[in-house]
Design a protein around this ligand. Structure first.
Ligand code: SF4
Length: 678
C-alpha cells in the first residue's frame, strides 16, 4: 500500500493563517487535513482551507516562460526571457519602472523584489495589492497610535467582553477569526456590528446592530464618541496620562447635533447610546475592522475615529483590546514589513536620504533612491515598464477598462504568476511561478504572526520561486555579489539582520505550530501577543493622538441617473481575483458566477425578478450579473462580489480617491440597474 505523508503548512488564502497538513501520495498532493495542534485554528478550517490544494493541478498552470510575438505567446527558455527583460531594464529611467506585488507571495519573495528595485533599478516605485484594501489603515493608525497593525492577537479576541465588528463580515471572510468572536460571545461578550448590509455576521453575532446608511461611518462614530463624552464614560486617567488632543476632540463633538447625526446615519440615538454605553463600560473592548471601513474615500477618517474610541475608553495595551485591521492575504502584513511599498524601506523606515544611505551601507550599494516612489495606480498610469509579481490588476484595480488600455500601451509588462491571469494575457513576458506548496518560505499574518511554510512537493514544470528571477536578473545586470541567495532561509537570515522586529525569529523556531508574533527582538523572546503593553504608543512622543474628523459625503454620491450605492466584496467560497479559488472545483460548485444582491422592494420597483440577468451600469461601464433578491441589502443598495472575471465588478468602480491613501471607493459606487433583456 502506498504510504501517505503529511506535511504541515499554512492555508494559502486569508490572513488568518490557519495551519493545515497537505496530504502527499506518490509525490503529489491528494488532500488537506486540519492541523489540530495549531493554536490559530485548533483543527478547524473553512471551505477554502479544506480545498486548498486543488488549484495547484488546475488546468493551464504555467510551466515555462512565455514571450509574446506578434500577439501570441511562444514558449521560451528562462535565459531568453530574463535576457530580454534585462535588456529593457538596463539603462531605463528609474522613474519609468514600477514593481507591483501582492500579499500572496512570501516575505522572502517580497524582500528580494524590493532589494532588486532599490539596488539595481534605483527606484522606490513599488506597491502591493493592499493599496486597494488597507491603504487607509496605515495613515489612519500611524496618526493615532503610531503603528498600522493589528494590536491584539486573533487568539486573544476571545478575552474581550465587548467587540465592535466595523465593516467586516467576519463570518464569511475570516470564519476562523469569527470563531473567536463566537467564543467571546459564549463567555458573555456583547457584540456590536456596524454595517449597511444585514450580513450573516450581523444576524448570528450582533447583540446591537447598527445598520447605518452607506458611507456614513464618520457621523456614526462621532455620535458614539459624543455620547461617551457627554455621559462622562471616558477613561479620564488614561486620557490624561497616555494621550493628546482630547480637548480639541471634545470641543468639536460638543458642536455636533445628535438629530443631524441620526438623520445622516439612519441610526436612532437610543441605539447609538446602547452601543456607546456597552463599549465604554466594557473591561476589554475590542474593535475589529476591515474593508467596509477602509475602502472609502473617507477611510482614513473612519479609522482615526475607531482609534479615538479606543483612546477615549482606555481600551489599549491589553489582550483582547485595541483597534484591529484584518488583512486579506496570507502575507497581508509581511509586504509592509519587507518594505515593498513606495514610502518605506524594510522595517517601516520612512524613505529619506538618511534611509537611502543606511540601506546602501547595509547592502553595499551606492545611490539608493532617497525620494518616495509612486503607488499602485500611479505606476499603472505612468510607468512604461511594469513588473507584476503575483498580482492581478485586471481584476483588482478600479475601472479595469481603463487599466486594460494602459497596460496595452506599455513598453514592457512582465507578469510572474501561476496561471495565465487576466493581467498575464496583456503581458509581453510571462514567467511561471511556484505555488506556496512548492517553495519554502515565511509569511506574516494579520496579527503580526510570522509562520513557516514547508515545501511539500516538487515544482510544476520549470516554475521557480518568485525571488529567484530577481537574483538571476541582478546577476545579468552586474549585481551578482549582492544577490547570492541560495535558499529562502538565506534570504530570511538577511531579513533578520535588517528588520529589527524579526531579529529573534529563525526558521528553526518557526517550525513550531503557531509561529511567532513580531516584535521579537531576540532569540529567547517569545514574541508579542499585544502591542503597546508597556503603555507607550509608537508615535514620536509615545502618546495616543486623538484626531478630529468631519463627516463628508462619498466621492460620487447617488443621483437620479445612478440611484443605487454599490458595494463590492468577498464571499465565503471564493477569494479575491479568483486565481486560486476559481480553479478549485469544490468552491466553484458552491458559487460559480457573479450575482448582484438587490432588495426585493427595489426589484419590484424596477420590475426585476429573482435570478434574472440584469445590466448594472456606472459611469465607467456595465456588467451583467444575475440577481439575488435579499433583504440583507437595504433599499437603495447593491452588493456584487468581485471574484468573477467574466462579470468583473471593477468594470464599475471609480478611480482612486485623493491623498493620503489613494483608496478607490469600493464600498460606494453610484450605479443603476435594469433588466438584461434577451
Ligand atoms: Fe484559510 Fe482563512 Fe479559511 Fe483559515 S479562515 S482556512 S486561513 S481561508
Amino acid at each position: 500500500m502506498t504510504e501517505l505523508d503529511y506535511v504541515p503548512t499554512i492555508c494559502p488564502y486569508c490572513g488568518t493563517g490557519c495551519g493545515i497538513y497537505l496530504v502527499i501520495k506518490d509525490g503529489a498532493i491528494v488532500g488537506v487535513e486540519p492541523w489540530k495542534e495549531h493554536p490559530v485554528n485548533e483543527g478547524k478550517n473553512c471551505p477554502k482551507g479544506r480545498n486548498a490544494y486543488q488549484f495547484i493541478y488546475g488546468e493551464g498552470r504555467l510551466e515555462k516562460p512565455l514571450i509574446k510575438e506578434n500577439g501570441s505567446f511562444k514558449e521560451a527558455t528562462w535565459d531568453e526571457a530574463l535576457g530580454l527583460i534585462a535588456d529593457k531594464l538596463k539603462g531605463a529611467d528609474p522613474s519609468s519602472v514600477g514593481f507591483i506585488n501582492s500579499g500572496r507571495t512570501t516575505n522572502e519573495d517580497l524582500y528580494v523584489l524590493q532589494k532588486f528595485a532599490r539596488c539595481v533599478m534605483k527606484t522606490n516605485n513599488m506597491d502591493n495589492s493592499s493599496r486597494f484594501c488597507h491603504s487607509t489603515t496605515v495613515p489612519g493608525l500611524l496618526s493615532t497610535v503610531g503603528a498600522g497593525v493589528m494590536e491584539t492577537s486573533t487568539i486573544s479576541i476571545e478575552k474581550a467582553d465587548c467587540i465592535i465588528l466595523a465593516g467586516v463580515n467576519i463570518h464569511e471572510t475570516y470564519p476562523l477569526i469569527g470563531r473567536r468572536v463566537e467564543r467571546a460571545k459564549e463567555k458573555g461578550a456583547k457584540v456590536i456590528v456596524i454595517d449597511p448590509r444585514e450580513t450573516i455576521t450581523a444576524r448570528i453575532y450582533a447583540d446591537i446592530f447598527l445598520q447605518l446608511n452607506p458611507a456614513t461611518d464618520i457621523a456614526l462614530l462621532n455620535g458614539l464618541i459624543k455620547i461617551i463624552v457627554e455621559e462622562e464614560l471616558e477613561d479620564k486617567e488614561f486620557i490624561a496620562s497616555k494621550t493628546s488632543g482630547f480637548e480639541e476632540l471634545k470641543s468639536y463633538i460638543s458642536q455636533l447635533d445628535m438629530s443631524e447625526l441620526e438623520q445622516i446615519t439612519g441610526i436612532p440615538r437610543d441605539l447609538m447610546k446602547e452601543a456607546a454605553q456597552a463599549y465604554a463600560k466594557a473591561e476589554r473592548g475590542c474593535i475589529i475592522f476591515n474593508a467596509g471601513i477602509a475602502q472609502h474615500a473617507q477611510g482614513v477618517g473612519n479609522i482615526q475615529l475607531l482609534a479615538d474610541l479606543t483612546l477615549l475608553t482606555g481600551n489599549q495595551g491589553r489582550p483582547g483590546t485595541g483597534v484591529n485591521p484584518l488583512r486579506g492575504h496570507i502575507n497581508g502584513e509581511g509586504f509592509g514589513d519587507m518594505g515593498t511599498v513606495p514610502v518605506f524601506y524594510p522595517g517601516f523606515v520612512p524613505v529619506s536620504g538618511v534611509a537611502a544611505k543606511k540601506f546602501g551601507d547595509l547592502w553595499g550599494v551606492d545611490g539608493l533612491p532617497a525620494d518616495p516612489g509612486i503607488g499602485y495606480m500611479d505606476m499603472v498610469e505612468n510607468c512604461s515598464i511594469l513588473y507584476i509579481m503575483g498580482a492581478n490588476p485586471m481584476m483588482s484595480a478600479p475601472d479595469i477598462t481603463r487599466v486594460r488600455g494602459l497596460l496595452e500601451n506599455k513598453d514592457l509588462v512582465v507578469v510572474q504568476d501561476l496561471f495565465m491571469t487576466e493581467t498575464a494575457k496583456l503581458a509581453d513576458i510571462v514567467l511561471p511561478a511556484q505555488t506556496w506548496a512548492e517553495e519554502e518560505g515565511t509569511v506574516t499574518e494579520t496579527d503580526r504572526r510570522v509562520q513557516f511554510m514547508n515545501k511539500a512537493v516538487e515544482a510544476h514544470g520549470e516554475a521557480k520561486p518568485d525571488w529567484m528571477p530577481f537574483c538571476e536578473l541582478a546577476k545579468i545586470m552586474g549585481y551578482e555579489d549582492k544577490f547570492t541567495f541560495g535558499s529562502a532561509e538565506e534570504i530570511f537570515e538577511e531579513i533578520r539582520k535588517i528588520v529589527p522586529t524579526y531579529t529573534g525569529i529563525t526558521y528553526e523556531r518557526l517550525k513550531k505550530a503557531g509561529g511567532i508574533q513580531w516584535p521579537c527582538p531576540s532569540e529567547d523572546h517569545p514574541g508579542t501577543d499585544t502591542m503597546f503593553a508597556d503603555g507607550k504608543f509608537k508615535t514620536p512622543d509615545g502618546l495616543g493622538h486623538f484626531q478630529v474628523v468631519e463627516h463628508k459625503p462619498p466621492a460620487e454620491p447617488v443621483d437620479d441617473e445612478y440611484p443605487y450605492a454599490l458595494a463590492t466584496g468577498r464571499v465565503l467560497f471564493q477569494y479575491h481575483t479568483g486565481v486560486m479559488s476559481r480553479r478549485t472545483e469544490r468552491l466553484n460548485y458552491e458559487v460559480l458566477s457573479a450575482f448582484a444582491e438587490l432588495n426585493p422592494e427595489d426589484a419590484k420597483k424596477e420590475g426585476i425578478v429573482d435570478g434574472e440577468e440584469v445590466i448594472v451600469k456606472s459611469r465607467r461601464g456595465e456588467i451583467r450579473p444575475f440577481v439575488k433578491l435579499t433583504e440583507e441589502v437595504p433599499k437603495g443598495m447593491l452588493f456584487i462580489p468581485w471574484h468573477f472575471a467574466e462579470c468583473a465588478a471593477n468594470v464599475l468602480t471609480g478611480p482612486s480617491a485623493g491623498p493620503p491613501s489613494k483608496m478607490p471607493e469600493y464600498k460606494y459606487v453610484a450605479v443603476n440597474i435594469e433588466k438584461g433583456g434577451e
